[in-house]
Design a protein around this ligand. Structure first.
Ligand code: HMG
Ligand code: MG
Length: 310
C-alpha cells in the first residue's frame, strides 16, 4: 500500500480560534493522544502576536515541554516574521512554517503587511530558518478564493509557490483558507503547480466549510499529492478570514485514504480518543462528517463477543 503523510494541525489551526482558553498541559495531552494514534507530525503552535491570537501566547513553553515529552515527534510551528522565528528557535523548535497569502488584502488582515512585503519577509524568514538548520514549510494561503478579493488568480498562486520553492522551502502547502474549493479546481490548480514545484514537495491544506474537504483531498491524491494537513475533530479556521470553518477532519481523511488503498499509519480509534479529549476541553461536540458512524463502529467492536480460541 502506498503511504500518505498527514500533519495534524489541530494544536495550531484547530485551537487558534477557540473561545475557551486551553491550558498548555491540555494542549500537550492533545498532541500526546495524536502521537499515540500514530500521527507522525503535528503543527504544534504559532509564534504570533499574543494580542492578535491570545490562545497561542504559551507557544515557547509548549515547544519546550513538547520537545522534552515527545522528542521523536516531528512538529512544526507557524511563524509570520523574523521575530516569530527568533522566538521559535529560542524555544527549541526544529521546523517552521511561514504564511504567505496570495492576495494583498488577506496579507494585510492576517499579518499586517502587503503582498510584496509579506513575500519578502517570508523569503527572509525561510533563509534564516535554513541557516539555523531548521526544516521549513511555506503556506500559500487563499490559494483558491480570498474572502476579501474573490477568486485568486491561478497565475498568482503559481508565482508565489514557485518563489517559495526558490527560497528553499522544503514543503509548499497549498491552502484553501475559507474552504471554497471544488475537486475540479483542485485538479486544475495542482496540475499547474506541479509544473513549478515537484509534486513530492507539495502539500494541501483544506478547510471543510462546504463539505468538500474529503473530495478535494481525493482530487489531490489523484493529482499525485501525498502530503496532507488535517485537524482532528475538524476544528480550525483562521481568525482573520471571515467565513472560514474547520479543517478537513483527520479521522475523515484517514478513513477515505485507507478505504481507497493508501496507508496512513494512523489508528482511527486513537483519533477518536483525541476527539473526545478535545470535546471535553472545548465543551462542545466535535468531529468530522463521519464521526457518528465511526463511533458506532467502535461501540459495535467493543460489544462484540470475544472470539473463542479453542
Ligand atoms: P504588527 O502589529 O504589524 O507587528 O503585527 P509589528 O511588527 O508592528 O509589531 C507590533 C508588536 O508586535 C511589537 O511589540 C512586536 O515586537 C510584536 P510591542 O513593541 O508593541 O510590544 N511582534 C510579535 N510578538 C510576538 N510574536 C511575533 C511578533 N511580531 C511582532 N511573531 C504580526 C504583525 C504578524 C505579529 C501580527 O499581525 C500577528 O501576529 N498576526 C497573527 C496572524 C495569525 O496568527 N493568523 C492565523 C494563522 S494563519 C492561518 O490560520 C492560515 C493557515 O492555516 C493556512 C490556511 O488555512 O490558509 C496557515
Ligand atoms: Mg488553515
Amino acid at each position: 500500500m502506498e503511504r500518505i503523510h498527514i500533519t495534524d494541525v489541530a494544536p495550531r489551526d484547530g485551537l487558534q480560534n477557540q473561545q475557551v482558553q486551553v491550558s498548555t498541559a491540555a494542549k500537550l495531552e492533545l498532541i500526546r493522544l495524536l502521537a499515540a494514534a500514530g500521527v507522525q507530525s503535528v503543527e504544534a503552535t504559532s509564534f504570533v502576536s499574543p494580542k492578535a491570537v491570545p490562545q497561542m501566547a504559551d507557544a515557547g513553553e509548549l515547544v519546550a515541554q513538547l520537545n522534552e515529552a515527545l522528542p521523536e515527534l516531528r512538529s512544526s510551528v507557524l511563524v509570520p516574521n523574523l521575530k516569530g522565528l527568533e522566538r521559535a528557535h529560542a524555544a527549541g523548535a526544529r521546523e517552521i512554517a511561514v504564511v504567505l497569502s496570495a492576495t494583498e488584502t488577506m496579507n494585510r488582515k492576517n499579518i499586517n503587511m502587503g503582498l510584496h512585503e509579506a513575500t519578502e519577509v517570508s523569503a527572509r524568514t525561510l533563509a534564516e530558518a535554513r541557516r539555523l538548520g531548521m526544516r521549513t514549510r511555506a503556506y500559500v494561503a487563499v490559494a483558491f478564493d480570498c474572502p476579501f478579493e474573490g477568486e485568486t488568480p491561478l497565475a498568482e498562486v503559481v508565482r508565489l509557490a514557485s518563489r517559495m520553492r526558490e527560497e528553499g522551502a522544503g514543503e509548499i502547502v497549498i491552502a484553501d483558507t475559507i474552504g471554497s474549493a471544488s475537486p475540479g479546481q483542485v485538479k486544475e490548480r495542482l496540475g499547474a503547480l506541479r509544473e513549478v514545484v515537484p509534486v513530492g514537495q507539495l502539500a494541501v491544506h483544506f478547510h471543510d466549510t462546504r463539505g468538500m474537504g474529503v473530495a478535494n483531498a481525493w482530487a489531490a491524491l489523484e493529482a499525485g499529492v501525498r502530503r496532507f494537513d488535517a485537524s482532528v475533530g475538524g476544528i480550525g479556521g483562521c481568525p482573520f478570514a471571515p467565513g472560514a470553518a474547520g479543517n478537513v477532519a483527520t479521522e475523515d481523511l484517514v478513513l477515505m485514504a485507507e478505504r481507497s488503498g493508501f496507508s496512513t499509519g494512523i489508528s482511527i480509534d486513537g483519533l477518536l480518543d483525541a476527539v473526545s479529549f478535545a470535546e471535553a476541553q472545548l465543551q462542545r461536540a466535535l468531529g468530522g462528517r463521519a464521526i457518528t458512524w465511526l463511533r458506532r463502529q467502535r461501540e459495535k467492536r467493543r460489544m462484540a463477543p470475544v472470539a473463542r480460541t479453542a
